[in-house]
Every structure is written in structure tokens, then in C-alpha cells.
Design a protein around this ligand. Structure first.
Ligand SMILES: [Zn+2]
Length: 279
């Protein structure tokens, strides 16, 4: 499952390392519909439920998994945060080793999650944010200290699902904006890469329901909180400035999406609709 989501080999290794560590916090961020929980489920499935107690805390269970204890917290209007915090604290007391909690949205919850991740628990969660770096800033906004971030956080992924071009009806795309968008990447990390950019046929075909797209493809960015990244964050420099140094291979969601554009897997139009184009 995990290796079919669309993460590259080097990043899969970093993900596996974070999941098999004795403790730590793993965050997947993105807007709704970006496959956050599907990703978290595939990661948690790497943990052996016989040797480790696994629990999920969700507003609605994504899908039942044998061997996991899956708790549902109905979305209420008032004192919602407190209920999530109470249930999470109960999971900790019950001896859960790996806990997937759907969201971290209150200072109380962020403290519980961070302290658990510092004290022998693997915690997986998600945030409705656009970029991986924003997760660090958001934790700080939720009163998690920089020292706690460095100690607890092990991995952050920011991701989007983008329309996959229909292979039956897409056509080559040599438009100027496409060439311009690819030009910078071609001079750097895409150097030597064959460009096969394509676009959706306006009327599509019967195979794609006349949309020009069939299925979706993942674009993501990853921050592996290794010694180097921890040093950068500890420097106290603004996270936005640190971003290029923190991202794995220095590549953003846009960059990885652009590679799929170069490959003809998705179109520049679909990428632009899902990810803000850098200036
Ligand atoms: Zn088609």
C-alpha cells in the first residue's frame, strides 16, 4: 500500500524510518481531498499490530483495519477540542504504542501529541495546511516550543492529489507557459530529463467520461527532521526562509508536480489548479 501512494524511493525510506522509530510525530498536511488519511493509514499499516498496540481516533473511521482499535469521535459543536483531548489521553493511558489522531487543532491537543511523541509513542496526525513548513509554524502557533518541535517531530509531508491525464485522448503540449514553467527546472534538477508535456483534450473521450482526466496523481514535499533539519530549525530563523533547506532535495510540491508535467502524467493546467505557482 505505502509504496503505491506515489512517494519516491528515497522518501519512502525516510517514511519507513520514522514509522519504525520507537517514538516521534509524523504529520501529513494538505487541503481536504489530498489523501492525508489514506497516507497515514498506509504508514500505520507498516506497524506490526501483534507486537504494538495501534489505535486511531477519527471523526469517522476511514476504513476498518483488523488488529487496530478505532475510536470514533462524533463531530460536536461545543467543547469539541476537550473531547478529542480526553480520548487521546485515555488512549495513552491504555498503553497504545502507535496512535493516529485525525487532527491537531488546539493548544491542549498539540501539547498532548507532542509529549506523547517525546515519551515512547508513535503519533500520526494531519493538519489542513497547504505546505509542509506551515505545520512547524502551526505547531508554534499552538504554543509548542521550538525545542519541543525539534525533539518530537520526525517527519512532515505536504501533499496534493492532481488530475491524471487520460492516456487515450491527451495531446502534446508545447504552449509557451508550459515551456517557460519547465525551463528553470530543466536547467537545474530536471537537466537531461526528456520532456513529454501533454494537455487534456477539451472534449475528452468516452474512456475518461469526456473530462480529459482519469484518476489522480500525487504531488508532495517532505521534511525529514534529521540532524541537519533540526539544526536549521534551532537557528531560530523564520521557517519560510528555511524552507528550501528543509525540503527533501530542496524540492517543493510544485517542483514534484512539474516533473509529472514533464512526464506527461498530468498537465500544467491541473497542477496550476491545485498548487500555487512560485514566482
Ligand atoms: Zn480520455
Amino acid at each position: 500500500m505505502l509504496d503505491r501512494i506515489g512517494y519516491e524511493a528515497a522518501d519512502l525510506a525516510a517514511i519507513r524510518q520514522a514509522i519504525h522509530a520507537p517514538d516521534g510525530l509524523v504529520l501529513v498536511v494538505g487541503p481536504s481531498g489530498s489523501g492525508r488519511r489514506t497516507a497515514l493509514y498506509s504508514m500505520l499499516e507498516q506497524v506490526d499490530p501483534v507486537r504494538r498496540s495501534i489505535q486511531t481516533i477519527e471523526s469517522s473511521v476511514l476504513r476498518p483495519v483488523p488488529g487496530w482499535l478505532q475510536l470514533r469521535v462524533p463531530d460536536g459543536r461545543r467543547r469539541d477540542g476537550c473531547r478529542w483531548e480526553r480520548i487521546f489521553a485515555r488512549s495513552l493511558r491504555s498503553g497504545a504504542h502507535a496512535i493516529l489522531v485525525e487532527k491537531v487543532a488546539t493548544p491542549g491537543m498539540s501539547q498532548l501529541v507532542v509529549r506523547a511523541a517525546q515519551a515512547g509513542h508513535l503519533v500520526l496526525s494531519s493538519m489542513a495546511l497547504s505546505r509542509a513548513c506551515s505545520a512547524i509554524a502551526e505547531l508554534q502557533r499552538l504554543r509548542v516550543t521550538t525545542a519541543q518541535v525539534i525533539d518530537a517531530l520526525s517527519l512532515v509531508i505536504g501533499q496534493r492529489l492532481i488530475g491524471r491525464l487520460c492516456p487515450q485522448c491527451s495531446t502534446p503540449d508545447n504552449r509557451e507557459p508550459v515551456r517557460r514553467a519547465l525551463a528553470v527546472a530543466l536547467n537545474t534538477w530536471l537537466a537531461g530529463h526528456a520532456i513529454q508535456a501533454r494537455r487534456a483534450a477539451p472534449a475528452g473521450c468516452a474512456r475518461c467520461g469526456h473530462t480529459g482526466y482519469r484518476g489522480r496523481v500525487l504531488a508532495y514535499e517532505l521534511i525529514d527532521l534529521d540532524m541537519r533539519a533540526r539544526g536549521l530549525i534551532a537557528s531560530g530563523v523564520d521557517i519560510v526562509e528555511l524552507e528550501p533547506g528543509l525540503l527533501a532535495e530542496g524540492r517543493s510540491i510544485w517542483d514534484r508536480g512539474l516533473k509529472q508535467v514533464a512526464d506527461g502524467t498530468t498537465s500544467l493546467d491541473a497542477l496550476q489548479a491545485a498548487v500555487r505557482q512560485p514566482h
